[in-house]
Design a protein around this ligand. Structure first.
Ligand code: URA
Length: 240
């Protein structure tokens, strides 16, 4: 059970003070009856809450996409550096965490959720979820480097890397897509291929692409369609 005003905040209707106003104005119904008290207790799984006649559904999971700026550690806490989770101060949900890591100097798409099972499946090596990065390189990207990456380079792990796909943008700028997520994966792959990464930005994670309109440091909730698509990417049974 939870307070009605909290329920409305958790389904992203508005701030606590806004939703209290709306409740007092009689805009919210619980099981068909108008409730005027923000502290009224509702069963978030079973009470039918409507706002101006629109049914609101509660999900205990939240999903956000964040455009990570350089200089922040991908973590909930760090004793020495600012962390990405500081950027999500205004969200109501607890226990959110970043799915996978981007290096401190890296930028771009980070998925943030509290859905541990989806995160686990997206990151599981056997899911082979593709990740695409924009790279600025120290040297011109050569055909030989492209070939080595497409065959699977040796970065000192037990097995060779899975083949990576590259797309040339300019002499020293490429997109690279990888199907794994080892520590410093892309930087190590480029080194093994004979080049060096100067700048790295993740632009896609599975079916989710970084929208150009999301400023550095900004975030937004995922749409239901994006969430379902990510569940499919992770070979997740959406029907469950
Ligand atoms: N590969 C890297 O080397 N660094 C990242 O941040 C992500 C992928």
């Amino acid at each position: 059970m939870m307070r009605l005003d909290r329920f409305l905040c958790e389904v992203h209707m508005g701030s606590r003070s806004q939703v209290k106003e709306w409740i007092k104005k009689g805009m919210v119904q619980a099981d068909g009856l108008t409730v005027l008290k923000p502290e009224y207790k509702v069963d978030e799984e079973n009470t039918q809450i409507t706002f101006r006649g629109r049914l609101l559904s509660f999900s205990k999971f939240a999903y956000y996409v964040l455009n990570k700026p350089a200089g922040m550690v991908t973590s909930n806490r760090d004793p020495r550096s600012p962390v990405v989770m500081e950027l999500l101060k205004d969200v109501p949900q607890k226990n959110l965490f970043p799915v996978g890591r981007l290096d401190k100097d890296a930028e771009g798409l980070l998925l943030i959720t509290n859905d541990g099972e989806l995160a686990h499946r997206l990151l599981a090596p056997k899911s082979h979820v593709p990740k695409t990065y924009f790279l600025r390189l120290k040297e011109a990207f050569t055909k030989g480097q492209e070939k080595r990456l497409s065959e699977g380079v040796d970065i000192g792990e037990k097995k060779l890397c899975l083949p990576a796909e590259t797309k040339l943008i300019s002499e020293q700028e490429i997109f690279i897509t990888v199907w794994e997520g080892k520590f410093h994966q892309v930087k190590r792959m480029m080194k093994a291929a004979g080049n060096e990464v100067l700048f790295l930005k993740r632009v896609a994670f599975g079916s989710l692409a970084l929208d150009e309109t999301l400023a550095s440091g900004a975030y937004r909730p995922l749409t239901d369609e994006e969430i379902n698509q990510l569940k499919k990417d992770a070979d997740y049974d959406v029907g469950k």
